[in-house]
Design a protein around this ligand. Sequence first.
Ligand code: CNA
Length: 236
Amino acid sequence: MMTENLQTLFDQAQHITFMTGAGVSTASGIPDYRSKSGLYSAKFKGLPPEYLLSHDCFVQQPEMFYDFVKENLYFPDAKPNVIHEKIAALCQSGRASLITQNIDNLDRTAGNDQVVEFHGNLYRCYCSKDGEQVDWHDYMKSMYHDTDHGIIRPDIVLYGESISESALQRSMAAIEAADLLVIVGTSFKVYPFAGLINYRQPNAKLVVVNNEPIPAGSVTAQYSGDAETFFAGLKG
Ligand code: CNA
């Protein structure tokens, strides 16, 4: 249940910046990484997901990378839930911004065209040889680009790769604009994403909505429970 105190923080905020992770999409049927039922609890051909989602794996074992990504990351039938929808509505009204670590496209499907996709988007693919954009449906059929036989990849940030300059700049601007930061559905262990909160205004308030404790420092308020329930109860 939404406590009055938390609702008041949302009502009084001039600008809210949401920072989200895989926990906002579990209610849409997409597993997260670090929960008990998450992707990291499984191994694939004896290899850990951290390696399978790395730049090294993509370069050295591209077939393995492709099989892993195709079988475990793509959920094209998933639909946005109330969390994506309420955040999108707040962003559309200009009262909020969103920085997500998610690569599942659900914020865009919910109508959020301003979202900062910190780790990219699975449904944008390109050929690593000539840089040409490739439809993700074609990537699902083959990892090879039909015109030049280059290896196709999704436009996501792999372990060992850097965040794009534009994503960093847009994220910092969103963090600096906020008098309320709301962290939702993330274990908050991945850097540089987790380090973004260090750029917040000194008086900015910090709210955490997650079903387990996370290392976010001193928070103004927190909701320990299911993020879908929290957002269903959020007014305005
Ligand atoms: P994570 O490390 O798996 O953490 C998810 C967090 O959300 C955990 O603390 C969970 O306990 C919590 N959680 C899960 N479901 C709920 C819920 N319904 N209500 C409240 N809390 C919940 O994932 P992070 O996002 O922190 O890790 C960052 C990685 C994961 C990024 O690089 C992402 O690209 C990557 N990822 C993305 C997706 C996606 O796009 N949907 C899915 C899986 C992983």
